[in-house]
Design a protein around this ligand. Structure first.
Ligand code: ATP
Length: 595
């Protein structure tokens, strides 16, 4: 329990640290709040005095009014009162506007910084991490968890104002009626312990709720990306019931937080009621015994009521703060995720590479510890084209993923131009490696923007040149807005062949020294395939190329073919030499009817 509390304090402290760069604005808003509270607290004081003047008593107000030249005491005081109150309300309103604006800005800026930090971290985390997390859960962290933090950030104005107001009113009360003030605050410890108890329950309930919201996000993203499967198996009703389950359990988690929130108010009312009754009883007796005037009692009760309102607001904010702590925990989890692919402290300079790649005694296992590559040794010369072939699961993709350091070897080393990839900066390394993945990953932007993704500072002429080399220019020019045509999310508005050619244009523009090409498995019509083949042959020229080949007909012309099986290299050679040997490659060719 103590450990958990320490952790929560740590989280709260970290959240607080996000505010420190804006301390000047916070200080200004606090001063504005203090002035407004002082002015508000003066209202019951003045009302109390007027009541006493009505009862024929003299006090500072009569003195001041006399000094200012007002005679006819009760009626002057009664006339002055509404003017005084209205003027104060106007001034307090103006101050409240300033405070709300300033503190809301502080809160919102903090949320922007947190969201940015979260995104920066996410996009830099390794592929292993991305394989582990559920995308929807992450989206929910960016949206729902951050928005919970936002709620509290929004309440910053209330927190600061309420705290300042309670302090100011207490000072006023103490300076005027210290004994009654002590009576008022005897119930405070009970109040604090109630709030503390509820806080604990709120934190747990809040944590559960955020997890459930994450589950909804994860489920939705999975369903949306697999919507075709749902439809083709007509599983809509089945998915309805799966969603219903998650939805209801989220509802239950939410209701638990509501229960705590709802409990807070009556308990706080009870406490404040108790304090009030004590004050009223003692105050009335003091009036009866002549120790206090009616006006004084009214003034004091006015002050107490004025103070309970910010106290209630602090209690409410506190439960919100507990949910925020739970949400922040999930945010910090991502921000604190340790880096798996570590940049060297003093990187070796790689410079412009020639493209020699060597795998030296390389073994590799994913997080689950099962070895999927065993002692791989191979050297690939600059400008060489190498096809990786082998049955599904042989380790072809895993092997090439080690070159740009998407994963780090478990044993051995991968060298580019003779330098271990772990000793150079990731940016310098990856800049020189191009990847054309099996699933053509395009973004919901224009054609031009998609190609430019390969090299952001390329000129329009270079974009067009790449598109021409990729046999894409022609179909692009037939589109309604040509290079400015939007291609839909993931390029849904294009055909499979068009998507591939755009993807090739992007790779040509980036002009990498090492190219990794994961051949698409989906078959295209003959014309499309011919266009793509031609585009690929231009892309491959003058760079070291790894082709993960699924259709062996495409590898006939490469320099070398590496045959893999169960994480091992079982053969290396040209198409003809391997065919002659009659091993696994020959069997694979036979299966695909290639001779
Ligand atoms: P395919 O031709 O089907 O794409 P492949 O030869 O490229 O197969 P890999 O994708 O490299 O094979 O997979 C090699 C082995 O590693 C497989 O047994 C696979 O189950 C396993 N594997 C791949 N990715 C992961 C991962 N992220 N975590 C754990 N195991 C993985």
């Amino acid at each position: 329990m103590i450990k958990a509390q320490k952790k929560e304090k740590g989280i709260a402290r970290r959240l607080f640290r996000f505010l420190t760069p804006q301390w000047k604005v916070i200080l200004l808003a606090t001063i504005v709040s203090a002035v407004a509270s002082g002015l508000e607290a003066s209202i019951p004081v003045v009302v109390g005095m007027v009541i006493d003047i009505l009862g024929g008593k003299e006090n500072i107000m009569t003195e001041i009014l006399n000094h200012l030249g007002f005679g006819e005491m009760p009626s002057s005081a009664v006339n002055i009162l509404p003017i005084y109150i209205l003027t104060l309300i106007a001034i307090v309103g103006l101050l409240s506007y300033t405070r709300t604006y300033l503190l809301s800005m502080v809160g919102e800026k903090t949320v922007v910084v947190i969201r940015e930090r979260l995104f920066r971290r996410l996009i830099r985390l390794s592929l292993s991490y991305h394989n582990r997390i559920k995308k929807g859960d992450f989206i929910s962290r960016v949206l729902s968890d951050v928005s919970t933090v936002q709620d509290t950030a929004n309440s910053l104005k209330d927190i600061i104002h309420s705290a300042v107001m309670v302090i100011v009113i207490l000072i006023v009360m103490f300076s005027r009626y210290w004994f009654l003030t002590i009576l008022t605050i005897v119930t405070f410890p009970i109040l604090v312990s109630i709030i503390n108890r509820l806080s604990e329950r709120m934190r747990t309930a809040g944590r559960n709720l955020q997890v459930k919201l994450g589950e909804i996000g994860a489920y939705l993203s999975e369903i949306l990306s697999g919507i075709r499967i749902v439809k083709s198996f007509t599983r809509e009703t089945y998915e309805d019931s799966r969603f219903k389950k998650i939805n209801i359990s989220t509802f239950r988690a939410r209701m638990k937080t509501v229960k705590v929130e709802a409990l807070l108010r009556p308990l706080m009312e009870l406490c404040s009621g108790l304090g009030m009754v004590l004050v009223f009883w003692f105050g009335c007796r003091s009036v009866m015994s002549g120790d206090m005037t009616t006006g004084m009692l009214m003034e004091f009760i006015g002050l107490v009521m004025l103070m309970y309102q910010p106290i209630r607001s602090l209690g409410r904010v506190n439960t919100m703060l507990q949910r925020t702590i739970a949400a922040s925990e999930r945010i910090f989890e991502v921000i604190d995720e340790p880096e798996e692919i570590i940049e060297p402290e003093i990187p070796e300079r790689l410079g412009k590479i020639k493209g020699r790649v060597e795998f030296r005694n390389v073994s590799f296992a994913y997080d689950n510890g099962r070895k999927v590559l065993h002692n791989i040794n191979i050297e690939i010369e600059p400008y060489e084209s190498v096809a990786l072939v082998g049955p599904s699961g042989a380790g072809k993709s895993t092997l090439v993923n080690l070159i740009p350091r998407f994963y780090d070897v478990s044993d051995g080393s991968v060298l580019v131009d003779g330098i271990d990839v772990r000793n150079v900066s990731l940016n310098e390394l990856r800049r020189q490696i191009g990847i054309v993945p099996q699933e053509m990953i395009l973004y919901g932007m224009t054609v031009k923007e998609n190609i430019l993704y390969g090299r952001l500072n390329a000129t329009m002429d270079e974009v067009i040149e790449s598109a021409k080399a990729a046999n894409a220019h022609e179909f692009i020019m037939k589109m309604p807005q040509q290079y400015d045509t939007q291609i839909g999310e993931g390029g849904v508005l294009l055909s499979g062949g068009e998507r591939q050619r755009l993807s090739i244009a992007r790779a040509i523009l980036s002009n990498p020294c090492i190219l990794i090409l994961d051949e698409a498995t989906s078959s295209l019509d003959v014309e499309s395939e011919a266009l793509i083949k031609e585009a690929l042959s231009r892309l491959i020229k003058n760079r070291t190329t790894f082709i993960i080949a699924h259709r062996l007909s495409t590898v006939v012309n490469v320099d070398r073919i590496v045959v893999m099986d169960k994480g091992r290299i079982v053969d290396i050679g040209t198409h003809n030499s391997l065919l002659r040997k009659g091993g696994l490659y020959a069997r694979l060719c036979k299966a695909q009817l290639i001779s």
